[in-house]
Ligand binder design. Structure first.
Ligand code: PEP
Ligand code: MG
Length: 316
């Protein structure tokens, strides 16, 4: 029955009762577009642009960036493409950035938009290339910054994007401070996208690179679900969309819980799209909401998953 459900599932993401949940792809560059299109992605929810910048002596030039971004935008006429600005840090050093010195804890260091603010010319150049790449394409370009921490970060990014001619500028929510203050970030952020990989790492204080800490790298940890719920609620009140683009979106049961908590779109590695599409098609929005509430009421990840499943009878 599960295989049949997956085979049948195509078209845009929606719950059994027709509530739309756009299903988008996470990509690292144009090479990933084939799989995204083949698996029915409705757009791109996370374009990790750092792959264009890694392992090279000089920053990619304007035209090289325009060409890469345009190729992605052209793959989704009428769809949306969410491009994340450079997410570099001392664990992924870039030869053309000023030396950062040793950071004992790179995950807590000058990474993501912290680096983007230190070298604003790199951020500006990227945003200008994106603005140009969009011209003449039918896709809806959105840009977002990684590792946004507070309202001042969100404001800086919106201003910087605006000066480059892009007014649809949002923030990733992957730092607990940003989740807790999403209502203030919404004053300048056009949308939210929750990065559950880092949000889990920072909520549970467990480095995502350390295998022995696997128990704390589980997005079913109920403290993480609390922060997702808080962000989605704040987004809803401010009339902002709130996607999830971390690995959590690729878990079929959790995807229903996320929708129940108020998440408005899901972005994942393309191969996960069919299973998630099939899972959503088996649950009504009300069942998703009950599953979300039941998960939040539990004390730990195992209990949360079991409780959620009880409200999602159609799922395997
Ligand atoms: C995340 O942190 O959840 C995320 C989507 O970004 P990345 O995995 O690239 O850090
Ligand atoms: Mg991240």
């Amino acid at each position: 029955a599960r295989a049949a459900a997956v085979a049948e599932s195509s078209g845009p993401g929606r719950t059994r009762d027709g509530h739309p949940v756009p299903l988008l792809a996470n990509i690292g560059g144009p090479a990933d577009l084939g799989a995204a299109v083949a698996n029915g992605a409705e757009g791109v929810g996370l374009y990790r642009t750092e792959f264009l910048f890694l392992d090279r002596e000089h920053a990619p030039g304007h035209q090289e960036q325009v060409d890469a971004y345009r190729e992605v935008l052209e793959a989704f006429p009428g769809g949306k493409v969410v491009v994340r600005t450079l997410d570099a840090g001392s664990d992924k050093p870039l030869a053309f950035l000023p030396p950062m010195g040793e950071e004992p804890n790179p995950a807590l260091g000058e990474r993501g938009m912290r680096m983007g603010r230190r070298v604003p010319e790199v951020t500006d150049a990227q945003l200008r290339a994106l603005a140009e790449a969009q011209q003449g394409t039918q896709a809806r370009l959105q840009v977002m910054a990684p590792m946004v921490t507070d309202a001042a970060d969100a404001e800086w990014f919106a201003d910087t994007a605006g000066r480059a001619g892009i007014h649809d500028a949002g923030v990733m929510v992957e730092v607990p401070a940003a989740a807790l203050r999403a209502h203030h970030l919404a004053e300048t952020a056009a949308f939210f996208s929750i990065g559950t990989n880092d949000l889990t790492q920072y909520t549970c204080a467990a480095d995502r690179e350390i295998g022995a800490l696997g128990r704390f790298q589980d997005p079913w940890q109920t403290a993480v679900l609390d922060l997702i719920a808080a962000t989605a609620t704040a987004a809803g009140k401010a009339d902002r969309s709130c996607g999830v683009c971390g690995e959590a979106a690729a878990d079929p049961v959790l995807s229903c819980v996320l929708v129940g908590l108020g998440v408005t779109s899901l972005s994942m590695g393309a191969t996960a799209l069919p299973l998630v599409r099939a899972a959503l098609a088996q649950a009504t929005l009300e069942q998703c909401r009950r599953a979300g509430a039941a998960a939040l009421a539990e004390r730990g990840p195992g209990e949360a998953k079991r409780a959620a499943r009880e409200h999602l009878p159609g799922l395997a």
